[in-house]
Design a protein around this ligand. Structure first.
Ligand code: SAH
Length: 335
């Protein structure tokens, strides 16, 4: 690649935040849901989504120039295969995640990434004066948007996890920090005689009822609100932790794991669902997720060795790692 072409590619990477934010705004406005019924003019869309007509047109034509939408004559827009992924009802909808990522409070944390890189401190706390979980308690509307974004990953991930890992031998599966219960519902629906405990912060599990009922697992699942640094419910023989440890530094992660160690049934298993970091020059997704952890919750992604050390410090031992699509199933047992 010559120098000029390389500079152009690099410039595109540098301006990537503009594309990201434009997509997030379109997702927030629900543009793709309106276009799912057919092409629409930008003026009609502006009326439907309560936007400034000329500014919305400028957003849509930019997205059409990169293939997220298609612009026909007379400012008519339609969905491309890429844009279909922004429909709320798409099987692998990216819309809930885009709605969350575009929130100003979230971008503000990324805006302080330099601070994290210079000091090792959490960018979110530097930007907002408080950690992200407390911020979401103080701003319940952000909590709702975040919980929906997290649940939206589950359909695609659950299928891969259930194919990679056999939960059928467990009697009582607890999802620790299980959000609104989407993953636990999928596990219980797959294993009809199993019971479950959904454990998360009180205000999060409060909203879990509809999802558990619609998956027809509510009668086999108890929701418990609490703080995993203090204790988790006792007696489960599987403790699932999906995207929990990466939110925290080693000290806090070990504290969560120790809560699990105290509560897990003898012979039980810890099933950690996270991406294991790849060797140098590979695995960009997890390595950027790691930066997201640095900037937002103040945690980190880990290598297999780093997981093994965490487990050991909390009285578990790493048993095996199995790839399951975009994440890994990391199994540990009480040591
Ligand atoms: N496991 C879910 C959610 C991951 S996000 C999924 O993969 O989709 C991290 C979760 O940890 C959130 O649901 C958050 O509410 C929960 N959490 C954060 N601090 C907590 C605490 N102190 N005690 C219990 N849950 C907590």
């Amino acid at each position: 690649m010559d120098e000029k072409a390389a500079a152009a590619d690099l410039m595109q990477m540098v301006n990537g935040y503009q594309l990201s934010q434009a997509i997030c705004v379109a997702a927030t406005l629900g543009i793709a849901d309106h276009l799912s019924k057919g092409a629409c003019s930008s003026d009609e869309l502006a009326a439907l989504v309560d936007a400034h007509p000329q500014s919305l047109y400028r957003l849509l034509r930019a997205l059409a120039a990169v293939g997220v939408l298609h612009e026909g004559g007379a400012r008519q827009f339609s969905l491309t295969p890429l844009g279909q992924g922004l429909r709320s009802d798409a099987e692998h909808s990216v819309a809930p995640w885009a709605r969350m990522v575009g929130r100003a409070y979230y971008r503000d944390a990324w805006g302080e990434l330099l601070h994290s890189v210079r000091t090792g401190e959490n960018a979110f706390a530097h930007a907002h004066g408080t950690g992200v979980w407390q911020y979401r308690i103080d701003h319940p509307e952000e909590s709702v948007i975040f919980d929906r974004a997290m649940s939206s990953f589950v359909p695609a991930l659950a299928a891969a996890v259930l194919a990679a890992y056999d939960f059928s031998g467990f009697e009582l599966v607890m999802d620790v920090g299980g959000g609104q219960g989407a993953l636990l519902a999928a596990i219980l629906a797959h294993n009809q005689s199993q019971r479950g405990i959904l454990f998360d912060q009180p205000q999060v599990v409060e909203g879990a009822g509809p999802l558990l009922r619609s998956a027809s697992v509510a009668d086999r699942c108890t929701s418990v609100g609490g703080d995993f640094f203090v204790a988790v419910p006792e007696g489960a023989d599987a403790h699932v932790l999906k995207w929990i440890l990466h939110d925290w530094d080693d000290e806090r992660s070990i504290a969560i794991l120790k809560s699990c160690r105290r509560a897990i049934r003898p012979g039980g298993k810890l099933v950690v669902l996270e991406a294991v970091l790849a060797p140098p020059n590979e695995g960009a997704r997890a390595k950027f997720a790691d930066l997201n952890m640095l900037a937002v919750p103040g945690g980190q992604e880990r290598t297999e060795d780093e997981f093994a050390r965490l487990f050991q410090a909390a009285g578990f031992s790493l048993a095996r790692v199995m790839p399951a699509g975009r994440i890994d199933v990391i199994e540990a047992r009480p040591a």
